[in-house]
Design a protein around this ligand. Structure first.
Ligand code: ADP
Ligand code: MG
Length: 144
């Protein structure tokens, strides 16, 4: 089994944004990414880069009070999920998650481990990590 793992190291929010932007530029309809990492690691910065790469000019923040935030002004639709506050997995059915996961846009899912059984096998993962030994602004971004 081959794993196509890409590791990118960044040393500023701008570089992490740019890494996300590149992903947004090459994203294809139906792409699904899980996005993991500790609070303050740069998930939102990365996601804002993805949105920019898709051509979305609207401000992108964490979808704190809704499970999914939909952005339609870009090259393809962008579905930004944050399922941190999900109480029951059935809430995913209620929002019609399948129309997003298997639709015409790109999905990014934060806290995907809370809905692990719904994440399609073809989903790719993005993990962002700090390493304080390498400096305060160092981040390792693992995409596979
Ligand atoms: P999260 O969404 O993961 O909680 P945010 O993206 O909201 O995190 O915040 C990341 C914070 O880390 C920002 O304040 C940003 O300026 C800072 N930061 C410092 N270095 C980096 C880096 N290399 N990549 C991303 N963010 C960085
Ligand atoms: Mg965030």
């Amino acid at each position: 089994m081959s794993s196509h793992k890409k590791v990118i190291e960044t040393n500023s929010p701008e570089e992490t944004f740019e890494t996300g932007r590149q992903l947004g530029l090459s994203a294809k309809p139906g792409d699904i990414y899980t996005l993991s990492g500790d609070l303050g690691v740069g998930k939102t910065v990365f996601t804002q880069g993805v949105a920019a790469g898709l051509g979305i000019r609207e401000h992108v923040s964490s979808p704190t009070f809704t499970i999914v935030q939909v952005y339609e002004e870009g090259r393809i639709p962008f579905y930004h999920f944050d399922v941190y506050r999900i109480g029951d997995i059935e809430e995913m059915d209620e929002i019609g998650y399948e129309d997003y996961f298997f639709g015409e846009g790109i999905s990014i899912i934060e806290w995907a481990e809370l809905i692990a059984e719904l994440i399609p096998e073809q989903a790719k993962s993005i993990i962002i990590e700090k390493n304080l030994e390498k400096g305060f602004d160092y981040r390792k971004i693992i995409i596979e």
